[in-house]
Design a protein around this ligand. Structure first.
Ligand code: C5P
Length: 231
């Protein structure tokens, strides 16, 4: 019944709320994203429980960034748990260190190119080189793939451009900012529908509030998987 192209962002405060939500979703959802906000609320324990006792796939959204040795050690630590996807920032030294840390495990490394919350003025403030964000995203994605990333996180606007890169062959594109038609946008500005994202070459969509804030989260998840399947 579930479709693992849908990843539900468990952006709830703690393990108890996360477990309750996953129970409501039941077999409608097979893939969960656990992020930094949940880490201090027992996120890693929840990830392990969902994986080992409930057979769910897990995307740990940690966005690591540090010197190579530290990234490698951190990723090696995470790789002892049987998780599926982990994010790091897309700087080539970070990605290759993460690849090294993940060696011997099946965990895939996803690179964040440029945070979609940043605009050109933010990049100027951080002394990032001139140019359109979309061009920089494409360039960083190509470099992350060359450094060994298994995939990238991309906004719906960037997905098709990244999919067109020769380096993206066989790589994953994972896209947040997905909203079913008519759903509230929240703070997401550049959105696509589930069907559009899949048509643009996205492998997994990450959806949070339209599911966990819904009166019936299971029905909301099923509606999204039906839309992805073109029903
Ligand atoms: O509630 P919503 O569907 O907007 O949740 C999307 C999820 O994807 C959240 O966990 C958010 O932090 C994450 N995310 C995002 N945009 C990015 C990177 C991650 O929305 N660029």
């Amino acid at each position: 019944m579930s479709d693992d192209r849908l990843i539900v962002a468990l952006d709830v405060p703690n393990v108890v709320a996360g477990m309750e939500l996953s129970q409501k979703l039941g077999d409608a959802v097979s893939f969960y994203k656990i992020g930094l906000g949940m880490l201090t609320g027992g996120g890693l324990a929840l990830a392990n429980e969902l994986k080992s006792e409930h057979g769910k796939k897990i995307f740990l959204d940690m966005k690591f960034f540090d010197i190579s040795a530290t990234v490698e050690a951190a990723v090696r630590g995470v790789a002892q748990f049987d998780l599926d996807l982990l994010t790091v920032h897309g700087d080539p030294h970070v990605v290759s260190a993460a690849r090294e840390g993940a060696s011997g495990s099946d965990m895939k490394i996803l690179a964040v190119t440029i945070l979609t919350s940043l605009d050109r003025a933010d990049l100027d403030g951080s002394l990032i080189k001139a140019g359109d964000i979309v061009d920089l995203v494409q360039e960083r994605a190509g470099r992350a793939f060359d450094a060994g990333a298994d995939g990238v996180i991309a906004s719906p606007q960037e997905a098709a451009l990244i999919r067109a890169l020769p380096e993206a062959k066989g790589k994953l594109i994972v896209t947040p900012g997905v909203r079913p038609a008519g759903a509230a946008l929240g703070d997401q500005k550049r959105v696509a529908t589930p069907a559009q994202a899949i048509a643009d070459g996205v492998d997994h969509i990450v959806v949070g509030r339209p599911i966990w804030q819904a009166a019936d989260p299971r029905a909301a998840a099923l509606a999204i998987t039906a839309e992805m399947a073109g029903k």
